[in-house]
Design a protein around this ligand. Sequence first.
Ligand code: ADP
Ligand code: MG
Length: 354
Amino acid sequence: MSFLRLESLTKRYGTANAVEDLSLDIAQGEFVSLLGPSGCGKTTTLQMIAGFVEPTRGRILMNGDDITARKPNQRGIGIVFQSYALFPHMTVAENVRFGLEMRQVPVDECHRRVAEALELVRLDHLDDRYPRELSGGQRQRVALARALVIKPPLLLLDEPLSNLDAKLRENMQIELRAIQQQVGTTTLMVTHDQSEALSLSDRVVVMNQGRVVQVDDPFNAYERPNDTFVSSFVGKTNLLAGDIGSVQDGNASITLGDYTLEMPFAGDLHSNRIQLSIRPEKLELTDSDNGHLQGKVRTRLFLGNHWLYQIDSSAGELLVTLPNLGPTDFTVGDEVGVRWQPGAVRILEEQAHG
Ligand SMILES: Nc1ncnc2c1ncn2[C@@H]1O[C@H](COP(=O)(O)OP(=O)(O)O)[C@@H](O)[C@H]1O
Ligand SMILES: [Mg+2]
């Protein structure tokens, strides 16, 4: 049973479609992310759900009620904006209390709920500070407490962590997930950061140019991307062209550079050229006699926890990441082999029909 239902949501500005025919069901308590590049329609979608932007077409249902025409303050939704939008002249506690006062919650209860919300985000010791006296991460947590204190049935987060530096962002991701699980609020988060979407969400909705291109759990969105867009937006990948020689009993023999691989193939064959995707971390380097593909090291970068290699191979340029398990044997100019385990190569369906 879906808690939030979006039916063919569409927003047109002039002749441009910011969001096109977006349908989605979110279950009670679920954490869902809208993931896509800048300008793909994420914020517009969130603003339509919040009631700040009127859809050109489509409906929004919450708990079975059509809320499409309701004013924002009649929807009871909690929102954390990208900019946090804290009131600068109010203390932390006053910022958090504001929504309760607007709802005319009795003073005693206000007091208790503000204290609870601040404890939840671990800011109870800073309740009389002003926003300018807080770090970015602390402000972010005030914004979260302010949204959660009204006990919203639905929480909307618009790139809530994008203003934080990398280390703090990672900590906040862990905290945000813990808080969401503790409170159990159905949450829809917008982000352009794939690792954030993967690490926080129960499901990821990948968007491109106003449209949903894949809805999946994080593991599948990464491991089984539908097309070239998802495959390169959700993580790094190598996109390679292969030639299908023959298809027999659901198995294809595919030529990739100087190697021929056999793999299951269920699609229709419209062209012999197909697009393949292999993640950099699924490739291994060997001496040149033991690889599937022959190649030569063009560059390598040391990135702390791993090495990033650029290999000129018989199938084209390949990125290979190797975990940093100690000094590596392969250096610039070396002839190497490139191998992978069965199942590491994925055929991108879209291209198979192209
Ligand atoms: N008020 C507006 N008027 C005209 N175009 C808009 C307006 N708001 C957003 N857009 C356009 O709609 C598209 C989607 O924007 P947005 O939802 O903000 O993307 P995202 O949040 O994914 O970066 C963009 O091309 C943007 O320029
Ligand atoms: Mg946006």
